[in-house]
Design a binder for this molecule. Sequence first.
Ligand SMILES: [Zn+2]
Length: 722
Amino acid sequence: MPITLARRGSRVKVVGAKVGPAGRASRSGQQVGPAGRERRFRLWRSITSFLRETDTIPAGLSLETILNRFVGGGLVVLASALSLVGSASGIELSGTVDALAARDVKARLGFETGMVRPMELARMQELRRRLAVMSAKAATEGLVRIVHMDGDVAIDPVANSLDVVVRQTVSFLEDGTNSFSLLSFLPFLAIEHPDGSPIEWTSGDFQGYYMAKVSPATIAAKGDRMDLVLRLSGVPDCSIQGAISVNLCAWGDVNYLAGDVFLPGGMARDFATADLRLTLPAGLSVAATGVTVSVSPVQDGKEIHRIVQDFPTDSRSFGIASYVQAIIPRGVDPIRTFTMGSDSRVQAGVPEVLGDMKSVLDYYSERIGAFLFPKMDACQVTNDAGAAFGWPALLWIPDGMFRHGGSQRTALFAHELGHQWFPDMIQNNDAFAAWLSEGFAEYLSTEYMGTVEGPDYPTAIYNYYGDLYRYFVSDVSDYGLSSVASASVSDSQVYQLVTYYKGAIVCHVIEKYVGTDVWNQALKAMHADLAGKEAYYDTDGLKAYLEAASGKDLTDLFTSWVQKKGYPIYTVDVTRQTKESGGLQATVRIRQTPSNKYNSFKMPVQLGLVTEKGEIVHEVMVDKADQSFAFDLDSRLARVRFDPARNLLKRVGPGLSGDMDLSGEVDGIDLVYVAWSLGGSLFGNAQNFQSSADFDANAIVDEVDLSYVTDAFGKTSNGGVP
Ligand SMILES: [Zn+2]
């Protein structure tokens, strides 16, 4: 199913209605007197047009202020009031940065929808992990890992065929193994010992791929190795259909091939070096995970490219075309692009791409640990790849993404380069946690973009991703980031919204929970222990690193955010009191329910108490279903900002219907907020969508939402006394 986030206006209500909280059905049936409605509508129309003109967002204004100044003095007075108060008390509405970030993400999604098929949904490892999970193992069948391959590969780009003779070194991962399976896109012709003696093997078909079952005469122990010579030949079927819909090879002006297509792999994660000699028509250049050490002419107008990869990886890939190369140094390591010289739009962007790649590698190296591969290449592939791919030391970037300049391209490269760390260097072997690769890559990309676009950018992106996840992943289709269900998601949009986007947000949630220094320290420790080694972590391993760095037990945190599904829904009531001593006080009552009934959340939450004199942020632990917190105030409370830094993925709503700004009263500021958001939708190009104004949770702020404010206008949470 293609991702159609950018053009789906007619579907929004259906999806939103499905995920909307029960009991918040439309209130449009309630009547407001005609005269009152007319007056209110005139009011909000004026405010809306005023806000659209000035693009200035008010915050912290009291009911009296806004109504008196607006009604009494008109727009000029209101404007001056807003400009005085607005910036001082913290802007809560979607500001310019939010709008830009959302537009950027929407453009990326729309772009990838329109020009390429779903964005980078799968890598071969994920397919293989799924196969490994599904494959029923015989009693003596064991897992093997390919650790070296040495081969001759004749590639015919016209006939689209390959002839392969490869000697592979197999490492046994389990004791007592006398049978193992290898997977390929090409039919197996022969498998034998290196001395030419026969070995027992059978070949079968597994969901469209070729599988060879090899049965050595002797029983192997864990750690044993054996060499095999394999011959394969044929025309590979390049497409993977189903939830993961990408091409792992294609022929044409640009030929691209995943190594898995013609180099058989084990059912566990391979970790192999390679020495390959590719025979090709003369005049082509090869971009590869390994390094091209020589190109030698042979007969019939052909050349042999020797590609040596002396650093082990779990996968490798190749791009073959009449590429032009561009190169910049990064220390001793080159950064290089392989692009089509005839493609002027791609060529125009090459210098910026090279600079971006260097800058991204520098940032990740500093934040996580050194880049260990001896070079980093990016090659242009055609849009039918269906995705960009972050192969070790070589990115595949489809034409359209390469041509597309600006921050979208930078963010895409940053995501793919994030894969150099997660999972290419710091490998996980968790078959049920693709977010450890995809969520982390998207998180790293977002963090890097924050260094380019400003620190508000990541906050805005996580907020926007959170909106998409909360609105468009129903509880039924949702799944835990690390869960058995995560390995068999059939809806690619749900997969992207959860594994990629919620995965990125949960990185952010954990970072804020343990603190950025601790988070970075844990990632650095993982890099020190695991990067570039035949060593793996899983979800529990990540938790252990974070617990070691923080000194905290993170079981509840991981259970809530990583293993289980959903997010917390907070309902907030704000009341003001005057103490007997005369001092002012506010009580904030927080009720929480999980979006999924089997989950629960115990999270520290920051509350910004905005008074006439300014804002003080308090942190409270919200770990029960219903809690109240009292705060002394220096002056009259204007409103409460719940999670002002936006550290959490959550939904927040007022206990007092219509009290969008959590002031304890339904007043002019609520009217302004909803009026400003009116017409805003989570989709389309409106910049004014505010989920907190979307009371009925249908992804559009419309007149039904407005009625929540107008119907309750003047009500307060303590019975009418403002
Ligand atoms: Zn990715």
